[in-house]
Design a binder for this molecule. Structure first.
Ligand code: ADP
Ligand code: MG
Ligand code: MG
Length: 254
């Protein structure tokens, strides 16, 4: 029941080492929060998992459902069940949200050896999923993310996730820039999607999202590795004390 296993991962961006020995194991049914200062490598880690070409792995191992993740193309990773909700979701003019979702959903079905979904069945399905993020069906007819507010983009990311039912969802600062009501909707949506056979990695700067989604583990990332791991109470401690003490504590142990 190990979904993701990362061992001593090192990676470069533009020839500069950003990840410096990251180790993390995520099992089915678990929610992991990763917190840390700006520039600590959180987005690098999430984009690397999704297969972004700018990130060059220089050492270590990553297995996803027992398979070497690093040898899969980005599309293959998505089809295998990795989902990354971007910190800054892309706008794609001219592609309707509904078409985008249907193509993504059908690709996943095809990968699972299933036939394309009937158009009417898809509409029923998507209506059910819209409820989870309390989105108005009119959003389906609009171009993907074009002119969406920050909160609407984030809700749309969760809608994609609800539809694709990934095995591992990585949410990179999905809570940033959301007002309290939007945060509640997004966080409750994410909570509803957590099951005993999937897993989630929530990257966040703030404790506030964790009031709605209870993490099993909270990790502190600094300098491209995970320096400390605790339970949900660690997030509260970080909120009040900041990150420096974690870095000092780790330095003292060496
Ligand atoms: P975080 O998400 O924790 O704030 P990032 O992973 O975005 O941190 O960034 C970690 C470091 O890697 C930063 O110093 C950042 O400038 C650098 N970095 C990330 N992506 C790129 C890139 N595409 N080109 C150059 N530097 C990058
Ligand atoms: Mg950041
Ligand atoms: Mg980031």
């Amino acid at each position: 029941d190990v979904i993701l296993s990362v061992r001593n991962l090192t990676a470069n961006v533009e020839g500069q080492q950003i990840l410096k020995g990251l180790t993390l194991e995520v099992k089915a049914g678990e929610i992991h929060a990763i917190m840390g200062q700006n520039g600590s490598g959180k987005s690098t880690f999430s984009k690397l998992l999704a297969g972004h070409p700018a990130y060059e792995v220089t050492g270590g191992e990553v297995t996803f459902l027992g398979q070497n993740l690093l040898e899969l193309e980005p599309e293959e990773r998505a089809l295998a069940g990795i989902f990354l909700a971007f910190q800054y979701p892309l706008e794609i003019p001219g592609v309707s949200n509904l078409d985008f979702l249907r193509v993504a959903y059908n690709s996943r079905r095809k990968h699972q050896g299933l036939e394309e979904i009937d158009t009417f069945d898809f509409e029923d399905l998507i209506e059910e999923k819209l409820e989870i993020v309390k989105m108005n069906p009119s959003f389906l007819e609009r171009s993907l993310n074009e002119g969406f507010s920050g909160g609407e983009k984030k809700r749309n990311e969760i809608l994609q996730m609800a539809l694709l039912e990934p095995k591992l969802a990585i949410l990179d600062e999905t809570d940033s820039g959301l007002d309290i009501d939007a945060l509640k909707i997004v966080a409750n949506g994410v909570s509803q999607l957590a099951t005993s056979d999937n897993a989630m990695i929530l990257i966040t700067h703030y404790q506030r999202m964790l009031n709605y989604i209870e993490p099993d583990y909270v990790h502190v990332m600094a300098g491209g590795r995970i320096l400390k791991t605790g339970g949900k109470e660690l997030a509260l401690e970080l909120e009040s004390r900041g990150y420096d003490w974690v870095i000092e504590e780790a330095a003292a142990e060496v």
